[in-house]
Write a protein that binds this ligand. Structure first.
Ligand SMILES: [Mg+2]
Length: 247
């Protein structure tokens, strides 16, 4: 292990955004809850069973592309909606309409609250760059660039593969490994020379499926055991914990 807590062969670091570099996983969870609770209340009345911002969020939506998150949660409640399309207004009861409603809620929260990065993640990004490794952000979010700019960390990342670029390049989202593999390739390395940093269970699955050199689970919510079960080689609560780690 090196002084940045990675096997010495690793030359590229692929970071998830929400929950790894920025605390925006909380923003997303709150926006999903608003969206689904409004929808379920309209559908089932006041006795509706609310979206659980921890359990439902972790299991069905965290880390997935937006429309996949909608489909996955609705399927868990045996609800079927028409697909609709990207242009659907946020009040339309379609998969994309609900997705757009959630996106509006996220943008509103980012605009009004701003985004601050995790201080330990900034320190770690600086440490890996100082050690000569290359860095990428790999996010399912279509708002990735806005968040990086708001958080002031865009300059610490050599490559960005996000919801927008994945769509352009026809890359399936997490739990498929394709977005991580594309970021590693953009940095000039194959999977064996790249480490994945993720807080979502689907991100662990993507890391395992892509045969990456190392997978770091970032545990912000007390799910270390689940992260290990899904393939984490190590689990930390803060990326700065990797600095100076020898095991
Ligand atoms: Mg995440």
């Amino acid at each position: 292990m090196t002084e940045i807590g990675l096997p010495s062969g690793v030359r590229a670091c692929l970071f998830d955004l929400d929950g790894v570099l920025t605390p925006t996983a909380l923003v997303h969870a709150a926006a999903w809850k608003e969206t689904f609770d409004d929808f379920l209340r309209e559908r089932d009345g006041d006795g509706f069973r609310p979206f659980d911002a921890t359990a439902d969020y972790d299991e069905y939506v965290d880390g997935r592309p937006r429309a996949d998150g909608v489909r996955s949660f609705l399927a868990s409640r045996h609800i079927e909606l028409p697909e609709g399309d990207d242009e659907d207004p946020p009040d339309k009861q379609t998969v994309h309409g609900l997705g757009n409603r959630k996106n509006d809620a996220v943008l509103e929260k980012i605009r009004t609250q701003g985004v601050k990065p995790y201080p330990g993640s900034v320190r770690y990004l600086e440490a890996v760059r100082a050690a000569g490794l290359r860095t990428a952000v790999v996010s399912s979010s279509a708002n990735c660039r806005d968040v990086l700019v708001s958080a002031g960390i865009e300059h610490l990342l050599d490559v960005r593969v996000d919801g927008a670029t994945a769509k352009e390049r026809h890359l399936p989202g997490k739990p498929h490994p394709d977005t991580f593999l594309a970021a590693a390739a953009d940095l000039g390395f194959d999977a064996a020379r790249a480490a994945v940093f993720e807080d979502a269970l689907v991100g662990m699955d993507a890391g395992r499926a892509g045969h990456f050199g190392f997978v770091v689970g970032v545990d912000r919510v007390g799910q270390a055991a689940a992260l290990r079960q899904h393939g984490a080689d190590t689990v930390v609560e803060d990326l700065a914990d990797l600095i100076g780690a020898t095991a």
